[in-house]
Design a protein around this ligand. Structure first.
Ligand SMILES: Cc1ncc(COP(=O)(O)O)c(C=O)c1O
Length: 402
């Protein structure tokens, strides 16, 4: 895959090419400035103790980040996983089963780097394995497959499939050449939660065919009713971590995307392989950041407040949009996924007429064109602003698109 090709399907580069040369229309933003709803970046501040923890650990800035982080961070990650998913005490060993990461993105990308070249199960053999991913999905899955020259198998995650991919229904020949499958729950952009049975089926299939099930759980703490089930819970129920990796991050949970702090937990052999790869090409997580991250994983009060904030925004969206554009409150995450007929045309119109920037759904879809762009009718809107701006922006969106 050439650089140009990778750029051609990076959603934000495509969006910049679509809109950057066009003046935004008069907007409802502060002082008439544009409203940016295209990026899934929380706009509220992380708790004050983050800055305090970083200042207290400042002596760590002169040291290289230790490859596996530090014991306190790994212990805090495991304690949180145990509380959140009700894991049996001792199921996770902080030293063997957890690798601190700058964010889930780095881990998800490196998973393809490390794993795409190997298949160990019945379908195993020489050459690159296929990488299975939902379509539409977070662009890093396809970018990672492209960067390592692996075949990307895009599996529809549309209204017909409950907005999650049906990996279990894939042709066994495809599963036989798979090296890695990404599953995102709650999903970006659709907000669908993968129910426990679907996750368990993926784990079972991964073990049967010898590929790795990589669960992207970075939106796990942003939900509306029940907490979404997690892969480690299902791995625990199966009595083993074989073939399972679960990626977590403080970016969304704690509104700390700039901190670059997360982890991957799971199969110790895979954790070792990721660790090795990061020792060659990863930045690691600096000690003062680990100190702040440790405090964040130990605290739930700010996470509860965050969830409340997103609930408020979705209540606003429900009031303003009603059932226009097929709007529905997702099970999790903070995106609205609206069927506007032609997502790219709507994004263009919203920018030109109302200075509102949103992401066309097609930009989160398979790169091959033709029938592989199942999100083309949609736009994705990140409800990350305060409820007042959210209300004004959605009200204007209705006026422009109706
Ligand atoms: C589905 C999904 N996975 C992973 C990430 C990466 O987040 P981070 O690297 O900050 O943890 C994002 C960020 O937007 C995302 O939407």
């Amino acid at each position: 895959m050439s650089d140009a090709r990778l750029q051609a399907f990076h959603p934000f580069l495509r969006l910049a090419a679509l809109l950057d040369d066009l003046p935004p229309g008069p907007s409802v933003g502060a002082e008439g400035k544009p409203v940016f709803l295209q990026v899934g970046e929380p706009r509220n501040a992380p708790p004050d103790f983050v800055a305090e923890a970083i200042a207290e650990a400042a002596s760590g800035w002169s040291r290289y980040p230790p490859p596996r982080g530090d014991a306190a961070y790994r212990a805090a990650a495991v304690a949180w996983l145990n509380r959140r998913y009700g894991l049996p005490e001792g199921f996770l060993d902080p030293d063997r089963h957890v690798l601190p990461l700058p964010g889930s993105r780095e881990g998800l990308f490196f998973a393809a780097v490390v794993l795409a070249g190997s298949r160990s199960g019945p379908g195993g053999g020489a050459g690159k394995g296929a990488v299975l991913m939902p379509n539409p999905a977070y662009h890093v899955y396809s970018g990672a497959a492209a960067a390592v020259g692996a075949e990307a198998v895009m599996v529809p995650a549309t209204e017909e499939t409950g907005f999650q991919p049906d990996y279990a229904g894939l042709d066994p020949a495809i599963l036989g050449r798979a090296a890695l499958a990404y599953l995102c729950s709650p999903a970006n952009p659709q907000g669908a939660v993968a129910e426990a049975a679907r996750q368990a089926a993926l784990i079972e299939s991964a073990r049967a065919y010898g590929y790795v099930a990589a669960f992207d759980e970075c939106y796990s703490e942003i939900y509306f009713d029940a907490p979404p089930p997690g892969a480690l819970q299902l791995a625990a129920a199966s009595g083993s971590l074989d073939g399972v990796l679960a990626f977590h991050s403080l970016s969304k949970r704690s509104s700390a995307a700039g901190l670059r702090c997360g982890f991957v937990a799971g199969d110790p052999a895979l954790i070792d392989r990721l660790d090795q790869a990061f020792r060659f090409g990863g930045a690691g997580v600096p000690l003062p950041v680990l100190a702040a991250g440790t405090r964040l994983w130990q605290d739930e009060a700010h996470v509860v407040a965050n969830r409340q904030r997103y609930r408020q925004n979705f209540a606003v969206a429900e009031r303003v949009l009603g059932n226009r554009f097929g709007a529905r409150r997702p099970a999790g995450g903070f995106f609205l996924w609206l069927d506007v007929g032609d997502g790219e045309a709507a994004a263009l119109k919203l920018w030109r007429e109302a200075g509102i920037r949103v992401l066309p759904g097609a930009y989160m879809c398979g790169a091959e064109g033709d029938d592989s762009a199942p999100g083309a009718a949609y736009i994705r809107i990140a409800l990350v602003d305060d409820p007042e701006l959210t209300e004004a922006a959605l009200g204007r969106l209705v006026e422009v698109l109706q």
